[in-house]
Ligand binder design. Structure first.
Ligand code: PGA
Length: 255
């Protein structure tokens, strides 16, 4: 596939996979994807499986991501995980502000922006999630909601850090529901986000930022989505839990 930006396809395992299950999944992925270089491939296991997965993917082209990170460096923050702890396992990417974190753990744009700063300060790369609910889409406020989230969640990042940030557009109504945004709907929002970045930063920064689509990405719809000019990757939930389907998604986007 001829893309302006290198595709980045990440698997968000959410709260799934024991260490043994994670190990099996990664073994399967490596069998299928060992030779792939044209796409940045990332797996985001739960914290408890990072050590295992990190060992398995040493000197392979798979990269490691975390699903969340504390904005604090250390201290009395029961239950939290710091950047330094993630770096011990060669984590490179951190998902921030996933709609489930926003919905169930009350994360706000302000908090996501602070976390994004902390992720960059540790030389890690954030994947910042934004997306509208069904109500918001149906009431015609999608662009307004996305603009508020993009401005709020990325507040304070300079142009260089922005260029090295990944945005994941994930319509909430498409997550885990089997309903995908049509390629047209997705491309429209991605292009809107890129225009917005050009107005906040500049054309060149906007051109460098990779914008992933997420929400029921499967082997049978990935290629069409990725062929859109402003869709530069995918954040995959359910279909990343099996080696076969995640590998098929990646393979379907080669060439
Ligand atoms: P899904 O999840 O692929 O299961 O819809 C995507 C996500 O939440 O990142």
């Amino acid at each position: 596939m001829n893309k302006e930006r290198k595709l980045v396809i990440a698997g968000n395992w959410k709260m799934n996979k024991t260490v043994a299950e994670a190990s099996d999944l990664v073994e399967g992925l490596l069998l299928d994807l060992k030779d792939v270089k044209e796409i940045d491939m990332v797996v985001c296991p739960p914290f408890t499986a990072l050590a295992q997965v990190s060992q398995q993917i040493l000197s392979t082209s798979l990269r490691l991501g975390a699903q969340n990170m504390s904005q604090h460096a250390s201290g009395a923050y029961t239950g939290e995980i710091s950047a330094q702890m993630l770096k011990e396992f060669s984590v490179r990417y951190v998902i921030l502000g996933h709609s489930e974190r926003r919905q169930f753990f009350h994360e706000t744009d302000e908090l996501v922006a602070i976390k994004a700063q902390a992720v960059h300060a540790a030389s890690l790369r954030p994947i910042v999630c934004v997306g509208e609910t069904l109500d918001e889409r149906e009431s015609g406020t999608t662009e307004k909601v996305i603009e508020t989230q993009v401005r709020g969640s990325l507040a304070g990042l300079d142009a260089a850090k922005m260029a090295d940030t990944i945005i994941a557009y994930e319509p909430v109504w498409a997550i885990g529901t089997g309903k995908t945004a049509s390629t047209g709907q997705a491309q429209e929002v991605h292009a809107f986000i890129r225009r917005l970045l050009a107005s906040i930063y500049d054309e060149n920064t906007a051109r460098l930022v990779r914008i992933q689509y997420g929400g029921s990405v499967k082997p049978n719809n990935a290629r069409e989505l990725m062929s859109q000019p402003d869709i530069d990757g995918a954040l995959v939930g359910g279909a990343s839990l099996e080696a076969r389907s995640f590998a098929q998604i990646i393979r379907s986007c080669l060439n």
